[in-house]
Design a binder for this molecule. Structure first.
Ligand code: GDP
Ligand code: MG
Length: 458
């Protein structure tokens, strides 16, 4: 029977880069060169994830593997700052676990678990924007001809994994037509057997509604297995722990099938008895009765059975005639399932507005402060600000460290103003002193993050 059935996809996410800061000087009629007024770049867009209870699988991620958020806008003259990049939000079903695949770079070791509708988390953060030249004006350097670059956004390969949990279970005798009905209702491809005792493995399918999806499970082993003393396996029970509705599939023409009692009412009673005996929780769930194989009986017989079962079961149990062979009644059954399994928004609202008309279902994401943060664990490599100095040769050194590397990415080393500023920063952080204690002399070569330059501090 194997383990739990999972839906699984691998995607690449890339947050937006920050916009670059701007080099600009004020222009005024009588001032040939005004003060610096270059605006800052905007932060790049994050890639976020949002748990949406209207979803039940990860199929939506199969068409597209790469997800990129927008970059931040560049700063402009007149102190105009660049726009922030828009967050790219990926919607996933409840129960989705997300982990970083492979090395993961900056995201290494992070993991998220989205359980409840409305939970969200930021997965990859957009790069910060660069500061405009206005920021670098000092009493001694009033016209800085440089600005910071924006930093790249975080990126990673992610693995999304979802345990498939059934909203609706199909029960019925062997040969009642459960597998066929599941195939007609959903996009699963279950094995269809001509005889009993072959469909013990759990079979799940995803029913596509206009607004949402439902997972439907064929619950075969209950009866088939019970007669052999097997019962439902642990794995299978885990799939149906959230099931809220049962469809009892009852063959209208049992005399034409092998291995089944020829009396419709007795067949119905058998299933109900077995349910009560083997699984109290399932037995207490609301039901829909699907009178199956409608194509095998006359219109008169069908009308007779529909009337008979509606009278017998009362208003609480909808009774429908279905045929997996012709598709008759399958759409009606699908709509009934989508109607009966309430959406979480409706569930929350139904208590408040008793007897109110059909409220529109609220989509996750429209509920502002109700949103909760997804459970996640973050592992941050320590010492982003630390650095160390390495001697590479007689007049050549390397400086390693995340903070230092990011600092260097900010500036154009061909720009003398930028280099003068960078030297000041390296001095203040203590990098120059560390270099000197390793034997560094003015004019020696320095390598940081793959960029080599001569450092000639004044
Ligand atoms: P299960 O044991 O309840 O899963 O039943 P299956 O879906 O495997 O169907 C049992 C047999 O009935 C198979 O031979 C199917 O082809 C047949 N069957 C199922 N549904 C229909 C139907 O709507 N019309 C007809 N004519 N045959 C059907
Ligand atoms: Mg079957």
């Amino acid at each position: 029977m194997g383990g739990m059935l999972h839906d699984r996809v691998r995607i690449h996410v890339q947050a937006g880069a920050g916009g670059d800061g701007c080099v600009s000087f004020r222009r005024e009629a009588h001032v040939p060169r005004g003060g610096p007024d270059g605006g800052d770049g905007g932060r790049g867009g994050h890639v976020a994830v949002l748990c949406d209870d209207s979803l039940r699988d990860l199929q939506g991620f199969r068409q597209e593997t790469h997800y990129r958020a927008a970059r931040g806008g560049h700063g402009q003259g007149g102190l105009r700052h660049g726009r922030q990049g828009e967050t790219l939000t990926l919607r996933v079903p409840p129960g989705t676990e997300i982990s970083v695949d492979g090395q993961g770079g900056e995201l290494a070791g992070r993991r998220w678990e989205l359980l409840a509708d409305g939970q969200r988390a930021t997965m990859a953060r957009g790069g910060s924007g660069g500061k405009g030249n206005k920021h670098f004006a000092t009493p001694t350097s009033q016209a800085p001809r440089f600005a910071e670059r924006g930093l790249p956004g975080e990126e990673a390969w992610l693995e999304l994994r979802l345990r498939l949990l059934a909203d609706v279970g199909l029960v019925g005798l062997p040969n009642a037509g459960k597998s066929s009905l599941l195939a007609a209702l959903t996009r699963a491809a279950p094995k269809i057997a001509g005889y009993p005792f072959t469909t013990l493995a759990p079979v799940l399918g995803v029913l596509e509604g206009e607004e949402r999806q439902l997972v439907v499970a064929d619950i075969p082993g209950l009866i088939e297995g019970a007669s052999e003393g097997a019962g439902l396996g642990h794995d299978f029970l885990a799939h149906i722990e959230r099931t809220r509705l049962l469809v009892h599939v009852l063959d209208m023409a049992p005399e034409s099938s092998a291995g089944e009692g020829a009396d419709v009412a007795a067949n119905h009673a058998t299933i109900e008895r077995e349910l009560a005996a083997h699984d109290g929780r399932l037995a207490r769930l609301p039901r829909i009765l699907a009178l199956s194989k409608a194509d095998l009986v006359s219109a008169e017989r069908q009308a007779e059975l529909l009337g008979q079962w509606r009278r017998r079961l009362g208003r609480d149990v909808p009774v429908l005639a279905t045929s997996s062979a012709t598709g008759a009644g399958v759409r009606e059954l699908a709509l009934e399932l989508l109607r009966r399994v309430e959406a979480p928004g409706e569930r929350a609202a139904s208590g408040a507005e008793a007897g109110g008309g059909g409220g529109e279902s609220r989509r996750a994401g429209d509920r502002g402060e109700e949103q909760q943060l997804a459970e996640h664990m973050v592992f941050r490599p320590a010492g982003a600000s630390g650095f160390r100095v390495e001697r590479l040769g007689p007049r050549s050194f390397a400086v390693r460290g995340k903070g230092i590397e990011r600092l260097l990415m900010r500036f154009d080393i061909e720009n003398t103003d930028a280099m003068a500023y960078l030297e000041g920063r390296l001095r203040r952080i203590g990098v120059l002193r560390a270099l000197e204690s390793e034997g560094f002399q003015r004019g020696d070569e320095i390598e940081i993050a793959g960029v080599t330059f001569e450092l000639d501090p004044s």
